[in-house]
Design a binder for this molecule. Structure first.
Ligand code: FE2
Ligand code: FE2
Length: 202
């Protein structure tokens, strides 16, 4: 049985009321990108609704789930990344989601993944660029995501890495780095240089 949008929205609103506006913004942006790039709209929207399913879980519960059911190496990294993997586990367990595209989009929305598919790219970009976001790189990320999904992912992973390094964050999750490297390769170093020079500061 496919979960319908209204039911899924009700579930996430009840779990985390304070985050609901961000969820609605992410859904709207995911829909826009799905239509623009002709990606499966149901999967993009459902993944967007569920992407922060675990964001509000207490840290001790997330740690327990990681210890018992997921790759324990995750515990070496900044707890901010836990809710992606934990969320992908919980939507399977709690909601019976077994669509790998949706599960992976939720799992990789924080770190990215070097081989993520178009649905995961849409959610990764939508989460970062939805209309309620106002951080300094949001305009850059929006402009780049209008060029292509790959350029959008590259731009976001670039500014994310830059931000984490600037903050001297240790233990940056390796997927954050390999996502950047992989999409830089896909887009091309020269092409991205030109894009960055053109759009940075716009
Ligand atoms: Fe998130
Ligand atoms: Fe989010």
């Amino acid at each position: 049985m496919n979960l319908d949008f209204d039911t899924a929205l009700r579930i996430v609103r009840n779990k985390d009321k304070g985050r609901f506006n961000h969820i609605l913004g992410t859904v709207e942006k995911a829909k826009e990108l799905a239509n623009r790039y002709r990606i499966d709209e149901y999967k993009c929207v459902m993944s967007a609704i569920l992407h922060d399913y675990a964001k509000n879980e207490p840290l001790h519960k997330m740690k327990r789930i990681i210890l018992n059911h997921l790759d324990k190496n995750l515990l070496k990294y900044d707890p901010v990344v836990y809710h992606g993997e934990v969320g992908s586990y919980l939507i399977k367990k709690d909601l019976g989601i077994n669509d790998k595209d949706i599960i992976d989009a939720v799992k990789y929305h924080v770190t990215g993944h070097p081989d993520m598919n178009d649905i995961a790219k849409v959610v990764y970009i939508a989460d970062y660029t939805e209309k309620n976001r106002s951080h300094e790189n949001v305009r850059y990320a929006r402009l780049l995501s209008h060029l292509s999904l790959d350029v959008g992912v590259l731009g976001i992973s670039d500014v994310t890495l830059h931000y984490l390094k600037q903050k001297n964050k240790e233990n940056i999750h390796p997927l954050t780095i390999t996502t950047y490297e992989s999409f830089l390769k896909k887009v091309g170093v020269k092409a991205y240089d030109a894009i960055r020079n053109h759009y940075k500061g716009m």
